[in-house]
Design a protein around this ligand. Structure first.
Ligand code: SAH
Length: 398
């Protein structure tokens, strides 16, 4: 059962929570030592014992838990979860009705009123991701609430319990219903993706880039040579090829990326032999490309916010400017660089300053064509703008 524990807010933080800030942090609480059990309900009061908000305790990379309601009378029970899920489904009505897109996010954590939980839809299957043991203690109610409102073929889950949000490898991520075929073919704006719901932390596609992929396909790819770095399963390459790119080159360090990328091309009726797929450290590839005087009309940069390979450590905050400088050198005049980052610790303004610095240091000129952040299905709370981690800039090299 979920014990309820009253906690006292530091005076300096009261206003923030009264205004609806959802993330519970250790610094904000005078007596957080009173909670020890994941999944406890915590009621937050000011030092005059006035009720401010109610939430749950769950340690994750971001903090100590999430506010769920500012209404003291609202119980955190089945009816509560039903209400939050129903609102989330209603918000995605147009996605459910779109036959050309059968993979999207249906519930986005605090953006939909329950931090620490996301739910993605993949062609009839639902994948729940739990970001703390605390939120996982509500699994029974949440599954019940979900099942009472949707038709589903099967349910899957990912546990990302540890403080860094790392995936906890269960032997089986399947919960109930029917097992999904492997691969399961889903659609995004008419293109196909092969996804695997029970194959480790990632399923094969990052749903938050849908608008960027569509933009590449519909507005930029035609006739261009495209270099896709940190390509994973090649999603950007697939969309570029579908948009009429002259040729795509996908580069990723992971061995599995070759077969995965070939598969994504095949399920879109593109012969992988017509495209280039390279398993290599991107930084070595840049050196090679400079030496061979290779240039591309479009270069996609989508590195992880932090990565360590044998020879290189990459941190988006420290090294993005350097990465851009490498890309600029092998982008043709008039070519496009798609610079993307999911690093939550800096904002768009700072990201643009990295871009400016890179061009200045190379004495080059550029213009910004367009920018993207999270798509509509990745709903962001007005009170938690930092939840909008995605930053993508389409840059034209002049
Ligand atoms: N752009 C991809 C997602 C990238 S995920 C998409 O749209 O789906 C990050 C990828 O970067 C992983 O596949 C990882 O294997 C790769 N990676 C990390 N460090 C790398 C490096 N130094 N060189 C090449 N690939 C790297």
């Amino acid at each position: 059962m979920h014990k309820t524990i009253p906690l006292t807010l530091e005076p300096a933080f009261v206003k923030n929570y009264r205004n609806g800030y959802p993330l519970i942090s250790k610094e904000a609480l005078i007596d957080w030592q009173k909670v020890t059990e994941e999944g406890s309900i915590v009621t937050l009061f000011d030092t005059h014992k006035k009720f401010i908000a109610k939430g749950y305790y769950g340690r994750q990379n971001k903090g100590y838990g999430w506010v769920l309601t500012q209404n003291r009378e609202e119980a955190i029970d089945l009816a509560f979860f039903k209400k939050r899920l129903a609102a989330a489904f209603a918000y995605r009505k147009s996605f459910f009705e779109d036959a050309e897109t059968t993979a999207f996010r249906v519930f986005n954590g605090e953006g939909d009123g329950i931090g620490g939980l996301t739910i993605d839809y993949f062609g009839g299957y639902y994948l729940l991701t739990w970001y703390s043991i605390g939120i996982y203690t509500f699994k029974e109610e949440i599954l019940k609430a979900l099942k009472s409102q949707v038709d589903y073929k099967g349910l899957y889950q990912k546990k990302r319990f540890d403080a860094k949000g790392q995936y906890l490898d269960d032997t089986d991520d399947f919960i109930e219903g029917e097992r999904a075929p492997e691969p399961l073919i889903v659609k995004e704006d008419g293109a196909n993706f092969a996804v695997y719901l029970d194959d480790g932390a990632m399923v094969g596609v990052f749903l938050d880039q849908k608008e960027v992929r569509k933009t590449i396909r519909d507005k930029y790819a035609k006739g261009r040579t495209v270099l896709n770095t940190f390509s994973y399963t090649g999603a950007f390459s697939i969309f570029a090829a579908l948009g009429g790119a002259k040729k795509t080159t996908s580069v990723d360090l992971a061995n599995r990326s070759r077969a995965k990328t070939e598969e994504q091309f095949r399920v879109n009726d593109i012969d992988p032999a017509t495209q280039e797929i390279i398993v290599e450290d991107v930084f070595n590839y840049f050196k090679y490309a400079v030496r061979k005087k290779l240039t591309f009309d479009m270069v996609v940069l989508d590195p992880p916010s932090f990565a360590r390979s044998k020879k290189h450590t990459f941190s988006a905050t420290k090294d993005y400017t350097k990465l851009l400088k490498e890309a600029i050198q092998i982008t043709s005049k008039g070519g496009i660089i798609v610079a993307s980052t999911n690093a939550a610790n800096f904002d768009m303004k700072r990201f643009k300053s990295f871009i400016d610095k890179a061009f200045k240091e190379l004495k080059g000129k550029y213009s910004i064509e367009e920018t993207f952040s999270l798509p509509k299905d990745f709903r962001v709370s007005e009170r938690f703008k930092e939840g909008n981690y995605l930053k993508v800039v389409f840059i034209r090299k002049s």
